[in-house]
Ligand binder design. Structure first.
Ligand code: ATP
Ligand code: HSE
Length: 336
């Protein structure tokens, strides 16, 4: 159960006095999620999600909430933060920062097919383009600097082969990030965590999103969980997305039909530059390293007093090895 901060009916009633959202009809904790406390809230005015931020500080929230507002205003399907009556997008609930956002329709598609991946690719490209005129510029806080700072604490937990892989890949990425090519990669606000569980699909005719015979009828309802977002290279965001949506989760191997569908749809909206195409494998490796490091960090340094099962770091160790061992098909060679 991932509600770390309980909210009573009385807490909610008081909290809602800051908003013009009508009267509460239903309020329930959301079991999934490992970062924050989330609740579905239905009021006489609609359906919303209340999030209490367990780690982020109030001063850290504007980048994420303003970015969501910015994208929502440009027709990108993301939760739109609801302003309080005083205009603020967040306040304090039980001493922790909290916000209400609009609820997206649909359910997660955990066994995606090419038709789902295509919608994700197109939406990601649209989000990248829509973010170009966003004013704030917070970097991705889980990028190279963080990997470098975090790695020393991980090595004692790794065997020699894993330790070598971590050190070697970190050296590879340090060189890549310092290169002229890297500097020339286009970028802007990125989601940086666009995994299957952060995208919702509304079921097609079958009434069951992702039904094997009817994936093409499922419609992407939106994507959420912006709290790892930051300004980064667009190619990194694409690599993170492909490493989750277009792989065999056991082996980490790329699934070609899904990867092609996602990349074609992305490129139909924003074609990759030659430099991006040249560094696709480097960036897939970077995307795998990012989540290997964060999952190792969460695994070996869990927060106290919480019974959550941390995500399996081995999945991204396998993904990283797979990206190093088997160069992906050239993106520029994919027919549009
Ligand atoms: N705006 C939204 N609309 C619909 N459902 C949402 C929305 N925000 C969150 N949810 C639901 O709440 C669940 C938990 O949210 P989320 O994944 O953001 O958890 P978290 O703890 O904040 O982050 P993490 O994914 O890092 O664990 C989601 O799986 C989704 O079902
Ligand atoms: N998507 C991350 C969790 C943090 O949102 C992971 O699977 O490791």
């Amino acid at each position: 159960m991932a509600v770390f901060t309980p909210v009573t009916a009385s807490d909610l009633g008081h909290w809602l006095t800051h908003y013009s959202l009508g009267d509460p009809i239903d309020f329930r904790g959301i079991a999934s999620g490992i970062e924050n406390s989330n609740f579905f809230l239905t009021t006489t005015q609609g359906e919303f999600v209340l999030t209490i931020f367990e780690k982020l500080q109030p001063q850290e929230l504007p980048f994420y909430l303003d970015l969501m507002r910015h994208l929502a205003a440009r027709g990108v399907p993301v939760p739109d933060p609801v302003p309080r009556d005083d205009g603020a997008l967040h306040g304090l609930l039980h001493g922790k920062p909290a916000a209400i956002v609009t609820r997206l329709a649909g359910q997660a598609q955990l066994a995606p097919q090419p038709a789902h991946c295509a919608q994700v690719g197109a939406m990601l490209a649209r989000a990248h383009l829509a973010g170009r005129d966003f004013g704030d510029t917070q970097p991705n806080l889980r990028s190279l600097d963080w990997w470098q700072t975090t790695a020393p604490a991980l090595h004692p937990h790794l065997d020699t082969v894993q330790s070598d892989l971590l050190a070697t890949e970190l050296a590879h990425q340090t060189t890549f990030f310092a290169s002229d090519d890297y500097r020339q990669l286009p970028g802007g606000p990125c989601h940086c965590d666009l995994f299957r569980d952060n995208v919702l699909f509304v079921a097609g005719d079958s009434g069951n999103a992702g039904n094997a015979g009817n994936a093409g009828a499922d419609r992407l309802g939106g994507f959420f969980d912006f709290y790892f977002a930051g300004c980064d290279k667009w190619l990194f965001d694409l690599a993170v997305t492909v490493n989750d949506w277009c792989v065999d989760l056991d082996s980490g191997a790329l699934d070609l039909p899904r990867a092609q569908a996602l990349l074609r749809a992305y490129q139909a909206v924003r074609p990759l530059t030659d430099i991006e195409a040249r560094h696709w494998q480097d960036m897939l490796r970077a995307g795998a390293l990012r989540f290997w490091v964060s999952r190792l960090y969460d695994f070996y340094r869990p927060r106290s007093a919480e019974l959550l099962q941390p995500h399996d770091p081995g999945r991204f160790e396998r993904t990283l090895r797979a990206r190093i061992d088997a160069p992906p098909p050239s993106v520029s060679a994919l027919p549009l």
